[in-house]
Design a protein around this ligand. Structure first.
Ligand code: 13P
Ligand code: SF4
Length: 352
């Protein structure tokens, strides 16, 4: 049961000491999050993994995050994902085969390697980061997308942004790019379902991917909240649809959401458009400070893959480490890791 697991986790952590670091994303459930040595958004966790001295990095998050930790850590460090089935449905919406096909199809209309910077959201497989490395591209996270796109446009006139169309569109709009200069590439159709003129006229070509959790939030949730609470404030993650972000007062990564809400005056009432575990924790934390935190959707929407990491899996991988066994290691093939590391290092350098 949970209490026994809790005990096992504590005992294993004590036995391993500084040899093991547990990283936890903000969407992790409370019973797991409580054991994290470090917590953060994707950018912060990447930096923590790059700077960690621990022999074992146990990543309580999803698969692409553990891959990034493996790529950025030293070869003598090992990264562990407690449940191998913890993926990200958005990351799965782009794969090397369909991105390479898009690149080939674009070359019928443009010179992609001269005109288009491929930008992958960190929520993507390592081979897509490596693809960006081979084609003069880069990686971004929800907290540095603006800086990454500024860098991209200083080099080439267009961007192919994958897998999340919303982060791409919201960031492009922030930079003053008109909506009609951003087109959606539907990877299920030849030429992305676009005409040659549409491609030539676009500044940003957005991959048709999205987050299944954030697509549950609607502008109507915000309008209703504002009617009932005219003084209320609304904060959303940039994976939300354009209309949701436009109707919000603040848009930012999970770490930004936490920072803003924590800095607010007593009496503030927030409507928060991101994953439920983060919002519930923040709700309890801020209740003592007189700040009200409300989840944006009337229906429960959690990230089901983040939720896969449970205390049982965490206890199991830690018990094995104590026994000297590494289970569920995430190891990116060396060539892929080298190319992907170049793009991640570039991202960290230009947005430092
Ligand atoms: P953050 O980098 O903002 O934590 O976002 C990660 C994520 O998967 C959001 O859905
Ligand atoms: Fe992926 Fe969405 Fe879950 Fe984030 S919340 S890990 S983008 S499915």
């Amino acid at each position: 049961d949970d209490a026994t697991c809790d005990e096992r986790i504590r005992a294993a952590k004590a036995a391993l000491g500084s040899r093991c670091a547990i990283l936890g994303h903000h969407y992790q459930r409370d019973e797991v999050f409580a054991h994290a040595d470090y917590t953060g958004d994707s950018l912060k966790l990447s930096k923590l993994a790059a700077n960690s001295d621990a022999e074992y990095i146990v990543f309580c998050g999803v698969h692409f995050m553990a891959e990034v930790a493996d790529i950025l850590s030293r070869p003598d460090q090992q990264v562990i994902l407690p449940d191998m089935a913890a993926g990200c449905s958005m990351a799965d919406m782009a794969n090397l085969r369909n991105v390479e096909r898009a690149w080939r199809e674009l070359s019928e209309v443009l010179e992609p390697d001269e005109q288009v910077t491929p930008v992958t959201y960190i929520n993507s497989a390592a081979d897509l980061k490596a693809f960006c490395g081979r084609h003069g591209g880069i990686v971004c996270t929800s907290s540095n997308a603006r800086g990454v796109l500024d860098w991209s446009f200083s080099r080439r006139e267009k961007v192919l942004f994958f897998p999340d169309q919303h982060l791409g569109r919201n960031t492009g709009h922030d930079m003053g790019i008109p909506l009609d200069e951003m087109v959606v590439w539907d990877f299920s159709k030849p030429m992305g379902g676009l005409t040659a003129d549409e491609i030539r006229g676009a500044r940003i070509i957005l991959w048709k991917g999205f987050c299944s959790v954030h697509q549950m939030f609607h502008p109507n949730h915000i309008h209703k909240f504002r009617e009932e609470h005219p003084e209320g404030r609304v904060i959303s993650h940039p994976e939300n649809a354009f209309e949701v972000c436009q109707a919000s007062d603040v848009v930012g990564s999970t770490e930004t959401i936490l920072r803003h809400v924590r800095a607010s005056e007593p009496g503030t009432h927030w409507l928060v458009g991101t994953e439920l575990n983060l919002v519930n924790r923040l709700h309890h934390e801020m209740a003592d400070k007189g700040v009200k935190v409300q989840f944006m959707s009337p229906v429960v929407c959690m990230c089901s893959t983040m939720f896969r990491t449970d205390p049982q899996h965490l206890a199991w991988v830690l018990d094995n480490l104590v026994e000297g066994e590494v289970v569920n290691r995430i190891q990116v093939p060396a060539d892929e890791a080298r190319e992907a590391k170049a793009t991640l290092d570039l991202m960290l350098e230009i947005t430092a």
